[in-house]
Write a protein that binds this ligand. Structure first.
Ligand code: GAP
Length: 467
């Protein structure tokens, strides 16, 4: 039977075990921003590298790391300055903040986030008067008018004054893909690419999320892993179908998420730039529901046309094979790295009852993604055992992240590694002095296998390769 687990349990575990901390905790915490500790950052890095590797296994995809700060006109051109806003309603009784579109939808008022704010507030006033509009948390009826929240995060970078005006405002990027569009021409000129080709990027994005109460699922600072494929419009459907399947396969095969916990969900409501879109959703135990972890979007020629219009730069492509000039269309895959981390932890968190009745907490994540690959223990603090253990540690340290631990009982040391998801523990005991062998213990099966010191490397590679 599937174990129930709450977001509180998972976040307490992630803190206790050095994965994820609330940002600025000593000052009371900073809402919707999290710091990734040693194990969390390593896990996220491993996921990121797996994503990059899978993208670059396609010859036509190149890599990019663009600036977080971009010219303010970028966000005007992209449509974010005008359209990336959300109307919110507050409850005066319990201070709960709600998205107006979600609150109004049951009354047949659809897509309130697309309506002018005055029109939204006419609906709000009428429903309030009729006593129909209720807080989603406390059921109270003392609700405010809707206010528009700007999702882009502003900064005064490069301005002598901290006051933000239309002239000096700059934005922290709200999605990483805009940096890709800005470099499309550079890649054409420097990377010897022809359409269709793609640019992949992983990096931070910032959004002034108003309702952000789901731990690292929805944060104000997060990382995206996005790939933008530039193509002729006639290839759109074929590429869209290919990438839908390719991304789902990655979630199953590379991230190790069970197929049954994933599904596609077509968008009913499209973003301002999209002409078709589908989400990959994961069934979070901690959220008790399926929720979006990645999107695959057909963006048409919206992005490059707008950047051409706003920058005055010609972004047309001359297709020699078709003898045709056109603005490339764009198909994107857009995943959230933090949601990938959350999905991996959500699925991996396992409490097992052992034969002796004790409970073992084990983080069952794919060995290739585990923050620490191998832990090395001398059975007891004996100079000769320590010497061998240190030698093994040195020989592995340049290749993998390893941990060495000589304190506490061997049982406790195993448990500690189980909790952070280390797939293998190597123990050096007194027999090792005689037979030049060590014991490798498997995190999931708890099987212990005796192997020669000379074949440790082969064993590790085999276990990681198979994972
Ligand atoms: N370029 C398209 C784009 O940004 P999106 O649906 O807004 O599309 C894509 O975001 C992905 O980024 C989402 O599927 C999600 O995984 C992640 N994401 C978006 N907002 C987020 C937030 N506030 N916190 C964490 N991840 C977020």
């Amino acid at each position: 039977m599937e174990q129930k687990i709450t977001l509180d349990t998972l976040s307490a575990y992630a803190k206790r075990r050095g994965f994820i901390f609330q940002s600025s905790e000593i000052y009371g915490g900073f809402a919707a921003v999290y710091d990734y500790g040693h194990y969390g950052a390593l896990l996220r890095e491993n996921i990121k590298n797996s994503w990059i590797k899978s993208m670059l296994s396609h010859d036509e995809i190149k890599y990019l790391d663009s600036g977080i700060f971009t010219h303010p006109k970028v966000w005007k051109a992209s449509g974010h300055v005008d359209s990336f806003v959300e109307p919110e309603i507050d409850c005066r009784t319990c201070k709960n903040r709600m998205k107006a579109d979600q609150l109004l939808e049951p009354f047949g008022i659809m897509e309130a986030d697309r309506l002018p704010i005055d029109e939204v507030n006419e609906h709000v006033a009428k429903l309030r008067e009729e006593g129909k509009l209720k807080c989603s948390k406390c059921g109270g009826t003392d609700l405010t008018d809707a206010k528009k929240f700007d999702l882009l995060v502003k900064s005064n970078l490069g301005s002598p004054t901290s006051e933000l005006t239309e002239e000096n405002v700059v934005y922290l990027r709200g999605e990483t893909c805009q940096g890709i569009y800005l470099n499309y021409k550079n890649y054409l000129q420097t990377m010897r690419v022809k359409l269709p080709f793609g640019i992949a990027q992983v990096g931070k994005a910032f959004r002034n999320e108003v309702v952000a109460r789901q731990y690292i699922f929805r944060t104000r600072e997060f990382q995206q892993a996005e790939m933008q494929l530039f193509l002729h419009p006639s290839l759109m459907n074929e590429k869209y179908e290919y990438w839908k399947e390719a991304r789902m396969r990655w979630w199953i095969e590379e991230l190790g998420i069970e197929k049954e916990s994933l599904r596609f969900k077509d968008h009913e409501k499209l973003a301002h730039y999209a002409s078709a879109a589908v989400d990959i959703e994961y069934n979070f135990r901690t959220l008790g529901a399926f929720a979006e972890v990645e999107g695959i979007h057909q963006r048409g020629d919206w992005d490059l046309s707008r950047h051409q219009e706003f920058s005055g730069e010609n972004l047309e492509y001359f297709d020699q094979e078709r003898n045709e000039k056109y603005i490339p269309h764009i198909m994107e895959t857009s995943g959230g790295l933090n949601r990938m981390v959350l999905a991996v932890l959500d699925q991996g968190y396992t409490e097992e009852t052992l034969e002796d009745g004790s409970t073992r907490l084990v983080m069952k994540i794919k060995p290739s993604l585990a923050p620490v690959k191998v832990a090395i223990f001398p059975l007891v603090k004996d100079v000769k055992l320590i010497e061998i253990a240190q030698k093994i540690k040195s020989s592995l340290q340049n290749l993998f992240v390893v941990e060495y631990d000589e304190t506490g009982s061997i049982g406790k040391r195993y448990r500690r590694q189980d909790e952070i998801g280390t797939p293998m523990c190597i123990t050096i005991d007194f027999d090792s002095l005689e037979d030049d062998s060590v014991t490798i213990r498997d995190r999931d099966t708890l099987e212990q296998q005796r192997v020669k010191v000379g074949s440790i490397m082969e064993q590790i590679e085999q276990r990681l390769g198979n994972s």
